[in-house]
Design a protein around this ligand. Structure first.
Ligand SMILES: NC(=O)c1ccc[n+]([C@@H]2O[C@H](COP(=O)([O-])OP(=O)(O)OC[C@H]3O[C@@H](n4cnc5c(N)ncnc54)[C@H](O)[C@@H]3O)[C@@H](O)[C@H]2O)c1
Length: 338
């Protein structure tokens, strides 16, 4: 069964391609490599023994998408392509809305024209903003606090309206919490360009000596040690969550939205300690001011994903740190210079 994977060379997309191949699906990647490296495709092949077909194209290019869609019989699409930097979404909102909202809209039109009505969409826990209820259930209010979160919420709304108007669509909206770690082989992993936005790649770059120290944004939150608490999920668990969601979406019409998280929160200081224990390296850090827009605590209620798609995260924090560190050591500068 062929699956179109937009953004399939990226961090989550590449791990999901591995999980898809291992589950017997045939992913076909559409990626413009604006935030990824073609080497990821060879690494997927190194892990699975299968080289996924890939196309260097933009999801917002209807001609390029038509060509791919006409040359395959796809059962569904998984849509990862987009931009994810929260800070940049605040400074360059138009760019974020163009990539995430206009790009998704154009892709949806191409999919519809190509007769594909099964879709998995990468959303984010960012849509919940500063939710008051912990753990966060899917029916919590959608109230993003930045343009990136709004862009995800807008696409969710478009998909809801589409599913309501056209009952032959089957759509799974996946709200990821904090994907971290790497495939255990160390062949693929997170390779942020420039200064990492996220905690894990920052911590591993400090541990490997690429950066001097970590900045911890605030230690005065209402959490046990004052630092921010997040729900970290191993990227291979997340990838397997996509396979579970895909199987559900292939069999059911309408739209479902589920959280993909572990249901456990860890603080920044806990992550630093866990990473130091796994790597045997010290991770120097300094406490700085809170980052505007950050919330103190955010972790998922994972019950609906368990009931609806039969998904439960299996890998613990030690595995997340071990696999992130293995990737970092084997690829100190990511995919570049190799
Ligand atoms: N990583 C996270 O923490 C996180 C959390 C929640 C949601 N998400 C969402 O999951 C998705 C994947 O995230 P990721 O971490 O793998 O990011 P990523 O940047 O590693 O992957 C995105 C991929 O899409 C490609 N791409 C971007 N714009 C494109 C376009 N117009 N046409 C074709 N390809 C394009 C990039 O080259 C890249 O390979 C994104 O939609 C992101 O918003 C990520």
């Amino acid at each position: 069964m062929k699956i179109l994977v937009t953004g399939g060379a990226g961090y989550i997309g590449s791990h999901t391609c591995v999980a898809l191949i291992q589950a017997g699906f045939t992913p076909v990647i559409a990626d413009n490599f604006s935030n990824s490296h073609p080497l990821a495709i060879s690494r997927i092949e190194a892990i699975t023994g299968t080289r996924p077909e890939s196309h260097n194209c933009d999801i917002a290019d209807p001609d390029a998408m038509r060509e791919i869609l006409q040359s395959h019989k796809f059962a569904a699409a998984i849509h990862f392509a987009g931009v994810k930097a929260v800070g940049r979404s605040v400074s360059e909102p138009l760019e974020t809305y163009r990539e995430n909202v206009a790009g998704s809209l154009s892709l949806l039109q191409s999919l519809k024209a190509g007769g594909i009505t099964r879709l998995i969409f990468s959303s984010s826990a960012t849509v919940y903003g500063g939710a008051e209820q912990m753990p966060i259930p899917e029916n919590a209010q959608v109230q993003p606090t930045n343009p990136y979160g709004h862009s995800k919420a807008m696409v969710e709304q478009i998909l809801q309206d589409l599913a309501a108007a056209e009952p032959d669509w089957g759509i799974g909206v996946l709200r990821y919490f904090n994907p971290v770690g790497a495939h255990k082989s160390g062949e693929i992993g997170e390779d942020p360009q420039g200064i990492p936005d996220n905690l894990f790649p920052y911590v591993s770059q400090v541990a490997v000596g690429r950066r001097e120290k970590l900045q911890v944004f605030g230690d005065d939150y209402e959490t046990p040690d004052g630092t921010g608490v997040r729900d970290y999920i191993h990227v291979m668990d997340l990838a397997e969550g996509h396979v579970a969601a895909l199987k559900t979406c292939l069999q059911s019409d309408g739209l479902f939205a589920v959280n993909l998280g572990t249901g456990q929160g860890s603080s920044v200081l806990e992550i630093i300690k866990a990473f130091e224990a796994t790597s045997g390296r010290s991770v120097p850090y300094e406490i700085t001011d809170r980052r505007p827009g950050d919330v103190g605590t955010s972790y998922a209620d994972p019950a609906k994903a368990r009931e609806m798609i039969g998904f439960e995260a299996k890998r613990d924090l030690t595995q997340m740190c071990r696999d992130a560190w293995n990737w970092q050591q084997r690829n100190p500068t990511g995919y570049s210079n190799q």
